[in-house]
Ligand binder design. Structure first.
Ligand code: AMP
Ligand code: ZN
Ligand code: FE
Ligand code: FE
Length: 291
């Protein structure tokens, strides 16, 4: 039987609900052979995940989900860096800048909510540990009773067109790819259809062609957000541009209770062959063949 892997997973280092250690125990319970920890704009959970992974016999691929923003925020996407050195100095520096922007955004959104008459405080933002994001603001809105669900918080306030939304100042796809390569990893376009600003006819195809020229290595063909039809479209794109097909559950724990580690909603399956294609690509990137 093929082993099972998950190449897109979050912990409390960003907006997941399990600590890296708890996550690895869950992976053990789910019989995973390996996973990539890909927290938003941070590598802070990786050391703990590797340590617990070693104890449990589960392989951990160091990763990070990089927030990309282009054309003044008109295009936004997530790029997964897989197989990186989490101590690479320029990567660490870029992620520190991204953390600064996350703090600025969260404080900005709290300010806007206050201006809208919501009695939300800002102290918790500065005290928060880990990579802060909109899910944290949404959770605060639910806890103080301003919204019933996280979804409602996004719909009424902090979704892209919401009155308290503050845009990010992310880096470009090209920069994300470069910093990933410098850190010894491969760059993978995460959940392509959840990207913003590529939904015009042929928009995704044009974006992927450009990203491939900039050195993109892979693309997620498996993700809970993808329909079968979308998976076929993206698999075709992967073949056309020589991108390695990857995927994962995008596990967050309690905020998406129907998504299981390694299996998503029963629609994710990354076996040994797919995992090896990814690790092979990482090896190639680190030691390019002489031409
Ligand atoms: P941020 O990185 O701060 O912009 O927050 C983006 C994260 O918020 C995404 O990775 C999702 O996990 C979550 N998110 C975005 N839109 C929604 C939504 N409509 N409902 C629930 N969660 C959302
Ligand atoms: Zn997330
Ligand atoms: Fe994402
Ligand atoms: Fe994610």
């Amino acid at each position: 039987m093929s082993k099972l892997y998950d190449l897109h997973v979050h912990s409390t280092a960003s907006d997941g609900s399990l600590t890296p250690r708890e996550l690895m125990r869950e992976a053990h319970a789910c019989r995973l052979a390996g996973l990539a920890l890909t927290d938003h704009d941070t590598v802070d959970g990786i050391g703990e995940a590797i340590e617990e992974g070693e104890a449990l016999g589960i392989e951990v691929l160091a990763g990070v989900e990089i927030s990309v923003s282009e054309a003044g925020g008109k295009r936004e996407m997530h790029v997964l860096a897989l197989g990186i050195d989490p101590e690479n100095a320029s990567l660490v520096q870029r992620l520190r800048e991204a953390q600064g922007d996350r703090l600025r955004r969260a404080l900005g959104m709290v300010e806007r909510l206050q201006a809208l008459g919501i009695g939300i405080s800002s102290g918790w933002v500065r005290e928060a540990t880990g990579s802060i994001g909109r899910p944290h603001v949404a959770k605060a809105l639910v806890e103080l009773g301003a919204c019933r669900t996280l979804q409602e918080a996004f719909e009424r306030f902090i979704g892209r067109n919401g009155p308290a939304y503050v845009p990010r100042r992310g880096i470009s796809t090209k920069e994300a790819v470069q910093m990933t390569h410098e850190a010894g990893g491969i760059a993978v376009l995460a959940h392509p259809p959840l990207s913003v600003g590529v939904d015009a006819p042929g928009g995704l195809e044009r974006f992927v062609a450009r990203a491939a020229r900039a050195g993109l290595d892979g693309i997620e063909v498996q993700h809970p957000s993808l329909s079968r039809k979308q998976r076929r479209r993206i698999a075709r794109l992967a073949r056309v541009h020589g991108l390695v097909p990857t995927g994962g559950s995008d596990f967050h724990g309690e905020s998406k209770p129907d998504v299981r580690l390694g299996r998503g909603r029963g629609d994710i399956e990354i076996g040994t062959e797919a995992f090896q294609a990814v690790t092979e690509r990482i090896r190639e990137r680190r030691a390019p063949e002489p031409r």
